[in-house]
Design a protein around this ligand. Sequence first.
Ligand code: HEM
Length: 510
Amino acid sequence: MSLPAETAPNFVFIFNYLTRELTCLLVITLSLYAFHCFTRRDARCFPFLVRYPEVSLDYWYQRYGPIYSMWLGNQLCIVVSDPGIAKDLYVTNGAVFSSRKDMFIKNRTIFIGRGITPMPYNDTWRKHRRIAASWLNVRSVDSYTHIIDYEASALVRDLYAASSKGTAAINPQSYAGRCSLNNMLAICFGSLRTTSIDDPLVAQALHFSREWMNLTSPTSNLVDFITPLQWIPTFTRCRGKKLHRELVEVYGGIIKDIEVTMASGGAYQDCLAKTLIENRTKEELDDMDIVMMISAFMIGGVETTASIMQWFLALIPAYPEVQRTAQDELDRVVGRERMPTLDDEKNLPYCRSIIKEIERCHNPFWIVTPHSSTEDFSYRGWIIPKDTVVILNTWSMHHDPSRFPCAHEFRPERYVNDTTSSAESASLANPYERDNWMFGAGRRICPGILVAEREIWLTISRLLWAFNMAEIPGEPIDLNEYDGLSARSPVPFRIKLEPRHEKVGQVMAF
Ligand code: HEM
């Protein structure tokens, strides 16, 4: 039976109307659901669509055990929540589990295949890692530790001045960011240094790191797991391309200036950029390789150490008794005439424990940087196929009650007998004794661990030496919320930094 001619347009109209309305309804429902998922801490949500994915990974760990698999779109992932399994795969079988998935935004769009961090495990990565190590090994780090030392003191002095000797409330986050930035500028570019948080380079560099961290988390990279999304110009992709252009413009511009100085016969301080320029032919590097290698350093070394300082400053006001214990130790061992140094660390076990506990509770990288496998691998009766992404669920590892009783409480004393440095702890034969997994593991372990450790020690021990740190009445600091997706910092906060004693001002006047 056919419809009478005059009713056909009505039917089409009704059909179109219903389709449009239903589509709208579907879009609204899905948006509301996505928003609902994203804003709640619900363990049963699909982890990479929610704001707190570690809660879901932990829920599944409780349910399915220390190693389980899941599909993210077209990508098979295994989630490891046990230190022994982490060591078996990442360390003992590092020849198989040291690659990275070739991520569309991270590797191909931002670093166009030339940045060490997202690079698959191949000869180019080996070359980059060797060059990175030459600037981050003990001998090299010793050669510029005086800069890390100076910047830690400068941070304390700037906070002392900015807080008007404890009378004004301040947000210390950009000060911490500038401190990390200056260290990385020294390593990468030699004599370059910012002198205040208002220097435009501070805002730029911190923005680059933050943008990288937000563009490269699994939650913002659906495009990596649903291939057809790579064929359309998504907003994330545009942001990735913009970040690439900005890195080339800013860090590439600084490298060009150094090249000009060197070409004109001017002396230039030793730094990573100088090494890369001098060895350009020998190492077969082009301009873009140099810019991307430096950018990977600048991004890897700024937001990370700054984040630990920021978590410390956000958290410590809630623990006046922890501050008092640390300050008693500092008064006993260091006294009030000078600030603590690297050499004092071994004699300040409680101060060191505070740092280890901050790193356990507020690891900036909740899944570190996932590795991937380069061949089929048989493990405890399972087959882990080639190209599987291996995720370290460090949140569950750091909150395991058998290792960390009352794991959700901040208790520095749990580490007081741990005399290892982060690097030493990462090499312990027994992985269940490792302090934390913040720096990753195996062949891709963070090569900046030594720099990070010295920087964190010098800044935090000196902040404890100089200030009583307190919350502003009526301005509670939110420690559950955070900024950033793949690396996390506290949301903006203000604190009071009251000089502990009259010597602080004198010692600061350097
Ligand atoms: C608190 C400070 C830091 C944290 C938490 C941190 C964490 C990490 C993590 C989790 C990885 C991946 C490890 C893995 O795949 O298993 C990594 C890689 C890397 N980090 Fe760090 N990092 C920090 C500081 C630094 C610093 C100061 C530098 C440079 C001086 C740096 C340079 C790098 C580089 C170049 C890589 C890439 C290594 C590779 O893929 O082979 N990091 N970092």
